[in-house]
Write a protein that binds this ligand. Structure first.
Ligand code: SAH
Length: 217
């Protein structure tokens, strides 16, 4: 089953209907087979208006949140983007259609391996999945035009801003373990501009500059 009809309805009602305007983002989400990333157990719920479990206590984000965060990056097509928190690989697949190079970091081996295989099988060839602690960014490929963090951080890890180009954008949920605020941070020659986008709930960003594993329970 290809779920084309469900995907189209998701784009029209959950995304366009709620104010997502970037046609490139809408087009990418009309194309990427979210049901393959949700996995066989969740396939029939893949286009529902919610986050879904993907194993290891992690989740694939709600479609609207994926669209909103991606739109905030304002991608035109020739950017190098860093994602922290590969999870299922769905957000990385969306980014791959909108930027020229995507690096995606995941701390849980099993999720990273599964996501990388799916991304290769589905021909998202410009995505590189790296297994490491993403709270320190990915210095070896910096600087980035955009950094998107798909796990909630207690505060903004300083390395992310350092690894952005001037005029680069960072989209990151920051707050407590159970609820966060989505920030859009732009690096300018004069310093940092910070905008609040919306309230949100993400699984925790765990690592050196994030939460410690024991703090989360
Ligand atoms: N973007 C994903 C959803 C991510 S859920 C998707 O489209 O499916 C958040 C992910 O962040 C989880 O897989 C979790 O393991 C990962 N994560 C948490 N802390 C991390 C860290 N320090 N470095 C890299 N990945 C991290």
């Amino acid at each position: 089953m290809s779920y084309e009809k469900e995907r189209h309805m998701m784009v029209e009602s959950q995304l366009r209907g709620r104010g997502i305007k970037d046609e490139r983002v809408l087009g990418a989400m009309e194309t990427v087979p979210r049901h393959l990333f949700a996995g066989p157990d969740m396939e029939d719920r893949a286009y529902d208006d919610c986050a879904l479990p993907i194993g290891e206590g992690q989740t694939i984000s709600q479609p609207y949140m994926v669209a909103l965060m991606t739109e905030l990056l304002e991608l035109k097509g020739d950017e190098k983007v860093l994602e922290i928190g590969t999870g299922s690989g769905y957000q990385a697949a969306v980014l791959s259609l909108l930027a020229s190079d995507v690096y995606s970091v995941e701390r849980i081996d099993s999720l990273a391996v599964k996501a990388q295989k799916l991304l290769v099988d589905q021909m998202y060839g410009n995505v590189t999945v790296v297994i490491s602690d993403g709270t320190v960014g990915l210095p070896e490929h910096a600087p980035y035009d955009g950094i998107i963090v798909t796990a909630g951080a207690p505060e903004v890890p300083s390395q992310y801003v350092e690894q952005l180009k001037i005029n680069g954008r960072l989209v990151i949920p920051v707050g407590s373990r159970y609820s966060q605020v989505l920030y859009l941070i732009r690096k300018t020659l004069q310093g940092i501009e910070r905008h609040v986008s919306t309230g949100c709930v993400f699984v925790p960003l765990i690592g050196k500059d994030g939460w410690t594993a024991t703090e989360i329970y």
